[in-house]
Design a protein around this ligand. Structure first.
Ligand SMILES: *[C@@H]1O[C@H](CO)[C@@H](O)[C@H](O)[C@H]1NC(C)=O
Ligand SMILES: *[C@@H]1O[C@H](CO)[C@@H](O)[C@H](O)[C@H]1NC(C)=O
Length: 362
């Protein structure tokens, strides 16, 4: 009697074990395609000969596995690496690194994922695309990649592959920095008009990515940029209110744009990540995340280490784990890790309408 119960539960256990393994397998995306700015750039800007927006000097990369500057605007890994880590796949390589291999007649496949992200990029094109790859151009590159993959495996196979892949989009902060740095832009549009036009422009580009096969999106809102060291400097170390309000305006516009966009294309699934709420949590309750310093940058010079950027001559904090900000604009790996945990597993307060774990299972 006892034995048959044991046997029964063992069989049940094995059954569930196999079942679980299968459902886990079904949840792995075949590839990640990344679009965006310095928060997720893994080295594209290194290939822009004339760009000065490169993280190639010490102390960038000090906590990266190689301990060397590598183009990431972080002390270590950034959100793109950490999302790949969650899926147990390698970080999608920079598009420009793959293109240089193609030019040398080396075999390259884009089927394992590519990153188009570029430090300094915005939703709007900006004046100088020698400095970075604007979002529109990132999507142009993706359309070329799509063409190449179609030739490689054929349209039906490719469509199946892309519909299971993750398309991560982290963009918009630079457009807000641009607005606050330009009297001309402020004169031309009210904050509300500007934020709305950002969301509208983003939608046009997202639709292009959709038209080239993307179905699963992870789209980040903008953090409370008024609390980054650069903006705090302007308000006696307190967060700049206008900049934060602008982030909220844009995020509200983005959220409603995404809802409408999904109604127009009902086979889209997406995770919207509320970077603002997640960052404010860290700033307001630092100790629950293991942070000690939420205002000053770890690497920089002057007040809040924000008067001079992170350069070889700059100060560097000894414990990067307890700082939210690595340099005057960018989070530490420690902060990025918390963001990515929330993207993956977060409640609807952070990740809505579904988190990335649920997105993978769709
Ligand atoms: C703002 O725009 C007006 C006209 O539209 C112009 O006269 C004025 O010089 C502009 N101001 C700035 C700071 O650009
Ligand atoms: C400066 O910070 C204080 C305190 O948070 C805030 O009330 C005020 O609006 C801020 N000023 C500006 C110009 O952002």
């Amino acid at each position: 009697m006892g034995n048959s119960v044991m046997l029964g539960s063992t069989i049940l256990f094995i059954f569930f074990y196999i079942f679980n393994l299968e459902s886990l397998e079904a949840q792995v995306a075949p590839a990640i395609y990344v679009f965006g700015d310095s928060l997720v750039d893994v080295g594209n800007n290194n290939y822009l000969l004339l760009s000065i927006e490169k993280a190639i000097l010490p102390h960038y990369g000090i906590d990266f596995p190689t301990k060397k500057p590598n183009g990431r605007f972080s002390n270590g890994k950034n959100a793109a690496d950490l999302i790949a880590e969650k899926l147990g796949v390698p970080t999608s390589p920079p598009y420009l690194s793959l293109i240089s291999k193609v030019k040398n007649n080396r075999n390259v496949s884009f089927l394992d994922g590519v990153s188009f992200a570029s430090g300094g990029a915005g939703i709007f094109d900006g004046k100088n695309d020698l400095q970075s790859i604007p979002f529109t151009k990132q999507v142009d590159y993706y359309s070329q990649v799509h063409e190449q993959m179609t030739q490689q495996v054929g349209a039906p196979t490719l469509q199946k592959h892309l519909s299971k892949s993750i398309f991560a989009v982290v963009i918009g902060s630079n457009d807000l920095f641009g607005y606050f740095n330009s009297k001309d832009l402020q004169n031309k549009s009210t904050p509300q008009q500007y934020a709305d036009s950002m969301a509208t422009s983003l939608k046009v580009q997202l639709q292009r990515v959709y038209n080239y096969g993307a179905r699963k999106f992870v789209i980040a809102g903008i953090g409370s940029i008024g609390c980054c060291p650069t903006f705090r400097l302007k308000n006696k170390t307190e967060c700049a209110l206008e900049a934060n309000l602008m982030s909220i305006r844009y995020n509200d516009g983005l959220k409603s744009m995404l809802k409408g966009w999904q109604l127009e294309n009902n086979d889209i699934s997406y995770t919207y990540f509320d970077t603002y709420v997640a960052l404010q949590d860290m700033i307001q309750y630092p100790t629950s995340y293991g942070f000690v310093e939420v205002k000053a940058a770890c690497c920089g010079l002057g007040k809040l280490n924000a008067e001079v950027p992170c350069l070889p001559i700059s100060n560097i904090c000894s414990n990067r784990q307890d700082h939210v900000f690595w340099d005057p604009f960018h989070p530490t790996e420690a902060a990025a890790r918390i963001f990515v945990d929330r993207i993956f597993n977060g409640s609807p307060k952070y990740s809505s309408p579904i988190n990335m774990r649920q997105l993978l299972a769709v």
